[in-house]
Design a protein around this ligand. Sequence first.
Ligand SMILES: Nc1ncnc2c1ncn2[C@@H]1O[C@H](COP(=O)(O)OP(=O)(O)OP(=O)(O)O)[C@@H](O)[C@H]1O
Ligand SMILES: [Ca+2]
Length: 545
Amino acid sequence: MSIRRFWSTPKTLGDVNMVTEELKNLYYKRLLPIEKYYSFHHFHSPSYEDADFDSKPMVLVMGQYSTGKTTFIRYLIEEDFPGSRVGPEPTTDCFTALMYGEKTQTIPGNALTVDPKMPFRNLDPFGNSFLNRFQCVQMPNQVLESISIVDTPGILTAAKRKLSRGYDFPAVLRWFAERVDRIILLFDAHKLDFSDELTRAFGALYGYEDKLRVVLNKADRVDSQQLMRAYGALMWSLGKVFRTPEILRVYIGSFWSEPRLMCDHYQLIELEEEDLLADVRNLPRNAVVRKLNDLVKRARLVRAHAHIISYLKQEMPTIFCKESKKHNLIYQLPVIFNKIQQQHRVPAGDFPDCTKMQEKLLGQDFSKFKTLKPSLMASLDKLLTTDVAKLVPLLQLQEKKKKSLPSVLDGEFLGTFRREHFRQDPFKEIIKDDESSEMDFDEWAVEKYKPKYDEIFYNLSPRDGKLSGTKVKEWMTTTLLPNSVLAHIWRLADVDKDGMLDNEEFALAAHLIEGKLEGHWLPKELPSHLVPPSKQPNTPSDASI
Ligand SMILES: Nc1ncnc2c1ncn2[C@@H]1O[C@H](COP(=O)(O)OP(=O)(O)OP(=O)(O)O)[C@@H](O)[C@H]1O
Ligand SMILES: [Ca+2]
């Protein structure tokens, strides 16, 4: 795809910025003072900073070890990234944030937390053992121009987890879950497994179910009967840990750029892939709405928190028995939650997890807590009612503008061929037995294989010397390569962009497919020695200098 090509263009940026600026303004003016006043950051989550509002939409990829997280990311960004390792055993032991950068570089966790331009400053409290396992890889990748992606260490089964990680893994996941736009949770259809660490990690996602997309990966490795069983088991287990399993969308697929195994549900996999990629593609468009949602969610939690803290303060005796009263209050917290709900009409869903709150309260001196400050609460109510409502027309305006943009999807080759695939490796690898080719324009690298490709070409009965997209697609899909890869090959091969292939272009397509099946990378753009002779620009002699 170059996935990027389907994302909003900078034309809408003005409005996006307007809404973002307004969100920042609301946060700093209305929310932050209350957060500070009631020590919200200590209990729940660090304060937002500019970078939290300004950063690109982020996708968190998580799941049990070896479910194909790193492979999935490589597939999304259509190239390999520094430090990535793929293998059957637990391989990734780092959180890696993949972000756009002019040049490829790796920034270690400790440096990231001091960079105000990065949205990672307040990861600091997770300590050194985490920061040593956190890094950012910047690279000039087209997909990363629109989104950032976070690769996470695989979640281990109890048997594999001999050593603890040395940092609060679920808490780190929660930190990311709060800030990202999408959480992609991978399962292996072949080896479905629910460990205790996994269940604990789910706790970290509590309240962010709306961002979650579940993937049942490697679905081509099992037959339909096994797939049905795996799907059923997955839904059952998810139902036990999530409050609203029915809204969870599960995508069945095999997300990598290798040929798939032929199976009864092959077509389903293609459709699901299309759906999930469309979802990811739409993230930049929905990013502002997501930020608004998260701000509202946070404001509601802040409101509940302010009521809890001030209630506790009010119940504390001034002089005697402070400790015993404190313990009593902590014990009664569920009842207190109930009271606040009724007295102040705070919805039950706005409250934090009671057990976690009890744990946090243990170490606190309640007498230092603050009482309810009406002016702050009024400001918060204003945020939740009028201020947010004022932003809606801005969002709609933005929505309208988007629709008027010419859809880049138009004119794209065939419905399902929306993605193309490119890799960074030097293309000469593909023509490995052509080492002698010293960029000689007279010699087309595909020429010597052309007769065998011609045979296929003429067998497909071209009309007026050309094959239509539909016919070529039919033939291409017999290779079982994912559509994303085939669409990229199509883009490279249809040199004159007329939506059809002549015999030279077809030979080129077939040559690229063969190279891919042999395990070589595809080039991003067509190198000149692969451009068919009839499509070569005019002879070099009249090229201007
Ligand atoms: N769609 C797929 N179909 C079949 N095999 C796959 C698929 N995706 C990945 N694999 C294989 O599964 C193994 C694990 O892949 P990968 O290392 O990407 O997983 P991971 O979730 O990142 O693992 P870890 O948690 O250990 O980092 C690799 O051997 C990889 O080749
Ligand atoms: Ca990995």
